[in-house]
Design a protein around this ligand. Structure first.
Ligand code: NA7
Length: 551
């Protein structure tokens, strides 16, 4: 990867808004504030280019699990008609191309400082401004601070003893070399079988001399049935694109699928099996939405889906011992992030693939020549960490964010994130978080949630300017009630029945708190709209201090 850092003078502006991040969220926020509203905006972005998640996650097989026609912006109607997706699901290079195109089309790069990481943001109560500092020596003061930092942008390489001694190469899926990695003939080890592992393992297996997969938790995954896009289908969508997108905006997960209205427990075994089979053949998240309405809510209904997938694994994987290792038994389907795959289980039928169960024989150390578990040693040339992210709060904690009276966000969120609507947190006026913890974010099709947040924040800024409001801060009671609501509705779901990154369980020492809002993007949007229409209920809005005469 070319890591040349271009020289430039430090930025020392006094402006309206700083946006941190230039992925899906930062790009649209920039367009909204700068072009639609005429604010003076500075964007800071760590990468050399735009794209966020899709700039960093370049591992083989990286792609989105939302279908391509709905994994896009809706604010640019012409672009919706013009852009031609090539696959059923958008692959990383194509999404990155799309985001670069959006940046070009709207001339969004000219106020983005690339290769620049925000290190701190401190609120000054005296003049109601944020002071934002970066690792490039920039010091920018602004009224509004908006985080567009992504939910899964802080990669997690587990602290396994001996990594420093490893003589081969190692990579994390979330910081993949731009030039790619050639696995030809190599002995490769992949640690992790979440989304990144499940996507990359089949692709790496095709190239590697030998692939060893180190699995801590077996996964439920449904075939994606990825392929080239059905042009006639997409052309038809384009005739009613706004309706399709509007449906997503009002839905549970920001997806275009019709939800089943039937319980899995009200049909015969034969009928249930037929419904699951049809969804399995069609592929993707429809297995969750179009089959039955209680899979994620009722344990007995869930058992039927979990058992269906377990049977599919046993049917697909030829070696019964390997199949049993791949069958998830310790958590129900949908309690961890649901996965969709392309030939994941089939990959274990290959002669050049070995599955190592590190739940029962954990990794002890990385040696100069490979990985040693309690059961044996595996010689490797390359290790791939598909070990995930310090999700949702991790990206915030990388920065020193201090609000009123020097309150550190890290301290305030020590026992878990506390927000009002996932967009604001008490003690941090004029700080707005796009898809922050406590909003649907990672439980939804991200562009739908991002657009809703960007537009809602845009409305806030417009309102403040129109009404002469200088600061807006969540009210303590509103925040407390929102946090209680987020926890209460999560408690009734399968999500509490597994160790997952939604709960922070993948990071040693992280508090076990369910972070996203599970109530659905439609219900959430309605709540945000009601708050806005009631004059920003639950927020304290303060006018600019009137200058004292003669002072
Ligand atoms: P995930 O979903 O967090 O998956 C990480 C995987 O790595 C998972 O199988 C973990 O096992 C495993 N893991 C994590 N830490 C370790 C250690 N210390 N030892 C062994 N195995 C470990 O990350 P992804 O990048 O796959 O996906 C993140 C999201 O990106 C995804 O959900 C989509 O939203 C897109 P575990 O299950 O914790 O036992």
């Amino acid at each position: 990867m070319d890591t040349t850092v271009e020289t430039r003078d430090p930025i020392t502006d006094d402006i309206d808004a700083v946006i941190i991040g230039a992925g899906f969220a930062g790009l649209y926020m920039n367009q909204r504030l700068r072009d639609q509203m005429g604010l003076r905006v500075q964007v800071f972005e760590t990468g050399e280019g735009v794209g966020g998640t899709w700039y960093w996650n370049r591992y083989p097989g990286a792609r989105c699990d939302s279908e391509s026609y709905i994994y896009c912006y809706s604010f640019d109607k012409d672009l919706m008609q013009e852009w031609e997706w090539s696959g059923k699901y958008p692959e990383q290079p194509e999404i990155l191309r799309y985001l670069n195109h959006v940046a070009d089309r709207h001339d969004l790069r000219r106020n983005i400082a690339f290769q620049t990481r925000v290190t701190s943001a401190h609120w000054d109560e005296a003049d109601h401004r944020w002071t934002v500092q970066t690792d490039r020596g920039d010091t920018v003061r602004c009224q509004f601070l908006i985080t567009a930092i992504g939910c899964l942008s802080t990669g997690q390489v587990p602290k396994i003893p001996g990594l420093d001694s490893f003589q081969g190469d190692w990579y994390h899926t979330g910081a993949w070399p731009h030039e790619g990695v050639d696995f030809t003939g190599k002995r490769v080890g992949v640690i992790g079988t979440g989304s990144s592992g499940v996507q990359s393992i089949p692709r790496i297996a095709e190239q590697a001399g030998h692939l060893t997969v180190f699995q801590r938790t077996a996964q439920y995954t449904v075939p994606a049935r990825h392929g080239t896009v059905d042009k006639a289908f997409l052309d038809d969508i384009k005739t009613r694109y706004e309706d399709v997108y509007e449906y997503c905006r009002r839905s549970a997960g920001g997806q275009p699928y019709t939800l089943s209205e039937r319980s899995a427990l009200t049909v015969s075994d034969e009928e249930r099996a037929a419904v699951f089979e049809a969804a399995w053949q069609e592929g993707g998240f429809k297995f969750l939405t179009a089959t039955f309405n209680d899979i994620a809510l009722d344990r007995r209904a869930n058992d039927t889906a979990s058992e269906f997938i377990r049977a599919k694994i046993r049917e697909t994987v030829k070696d019964p011992e390997v199949a049993e290792k791949l069958v998830p038994v310790d958590h129900p389907f949908t309690s961890k992030r649901p996965l969709i795959d392309t030939h994941y289980f089939e990959t274990y039928n290959r002669d050049n693939v070995t599955l190592v169960d590190i739940r029962h024989a954990p990794i002890e150390e990385i040696t100069p020549t490979g990985i040693r578990t309690t059961d044996g040693e595996y010689e490797l040339d390359v290790i791939v960490f598909a070990t995930g992210f310090d999700a949702m709060t991790g990206p915030f904690f990388r920065m020193d964010i201090q609000g009123k009276d020097g309150l550190k966000l890290k301290d305030k969120w020590e026992h878990g994130p506390l927000t009002y609507l996932g967009v604001s947190t008490v003690g941090f006026p004029n700080l707005f978080m796009i898809t922050g913890p406590g909003s649907p974010s990672v439980l939804s099709n991200m562009p739908v949630s991002i657009e809703q947040h960007v537009e809602w924040i845009g409305d806030v800024v417009e309102h403040m300017r129109a009404e002469g409001v200088e600061t807006m801060e969540a009210d303590q009671q509103a925040e407390t009630e929102w946090v209680a609501h987020v926890n209460e509705i999560a408690a009734a779901t399968m999500f509490m029945l597994a160790d997952s990154w939604y709960l922070g369980a993948n990071i040693p020492g992280k508090p076990r708190v369910f972070m996203p809002y599970v109530g659905g993007v439609g219900a959430y949007r309605q709540k945000c709209d009601e708050v806005r229409d009631a004059g920003y209920e639950g927020f304290n809005l303060s006018p600019a201090a009137t200058p004292v005469a003669g002072a």
